[in-house]
Design a protein around this ligand. Structure first.
Ligand SMILES: [Zn+2]
Length: 263
């Protein structure tokens, strides 16, 4: 039974994102690296001490709170592949990340919508890139976040980086509802009011939503407007659907049939 479990850990990294996905075959991909070295401490809390290898690190977009921990991570973990969708010279930080990736001989893969990452071939655990499209790249880092659908059997997770309501609408228009419907949604942009349109939430219709934001963060994430949207949609107590990384790592397990929070 244990061999057939997919695990997804939304790490408690303060204000930022970092999500560890571990397939039943133990292949691992880390989606975003938080703002700094806090990511290595958080990882050491969910990984066995001897596990210092990551098959891939996917960077959703070039903002500090998503890629800032990459140099520290690469220093402590043996990262095989780095997956991204931004220019090398976007900032001093992105240049630094490419430089150290070169130094550590990490394979660099640029991906856009239409690509699929196979994490566990035997069990069919796949990560589909739903956004952005290569022929439609614009100069807005948040809106160009890589949107990932993690699929295992009948279960799925939707990781939306920092996309806003406009891209949420694009996703609804481009994809059939069953492609974006999901069990667990990471709320866009840390629960900012620029994301999570009621239409999008209704289409995605998740059983659980995760807010990855720091305790007492200066942005006031998650925003009251988003909490109101959630409340109107669920009509059940918040504790039944909302999980926040500020309370600690938020972990889920899936056996391909259903998803449940890990305690
Ligand atoms: Zn962010």
């Amino acid at each position: 039974m244990k061999d057939e479990i997919l695990r997804v850990d939304f790490l408690n990294v303060g204000q930022g994102d970092s999500v560890l996905i571990t397939a039943p075959n133990l292949n691992q991909i880390l989606v975003d690296t938080s703002k700094d070295q806090i990511v290595t401490r958080s990882l050491s809390e969910v990984l066995p001490y001897y596990d210092k290898e990551l098959d891939a690190v996917l960077l959703t977009h070039a903002d500090l709170d998503h890629i800032g921990g990459t140099p520290a991570l690469v220093g402590k973990y043996d990262v095989k592949n780095v997956i991204y969708q931004f220019e090398r010279d976007e900032s001093a930080l992105t240049e630094h990340i490419f430089d150290i990736s070169d130094e550590h001989e990490i394979n660099q893969i640029e991906l856009s919508a239409g690509s699929t990452i196979i994490l566990d071939d035997l069990r069919g655990v796949r990560l589909e890139v739903l956004w952005p499209f290569e022929d439609n790249l614009i100069d807005d880092k948040n809106e160009m976040s890589i949107v990932l659908r993690v699929e295992y059997g009948n279960t799925s997770f939707l990781l939306t980086g920092d996309i806003g309501k406009e891209v949420e609408q694009d996703l609804i228009e481009i994809y059939s509802p069953n492609k974006i419907e999901t069990d667990v949604l990471k709320l866009g942009h840390h629960g900012s009011k620029t994301s999570t349109d009621p239409d999008f939430l209704a289409t995605v219709s998740p059983d659980y939503v995760v807010v990855s934001a720091g305790e007492g963060n200066k942005f006031g994430h998650p925003h009251q407007e988003v909490l109101d949207t959630l409340e109107a949609f669920y009509e059940t107590p918040q504790s039944e659907y909302l999980l926040q990384t500020k309370d600690g790592h938020v972990s889920f397990l899936s056996d391909g049939i259903e998803v449940w929070p890990a305690l």
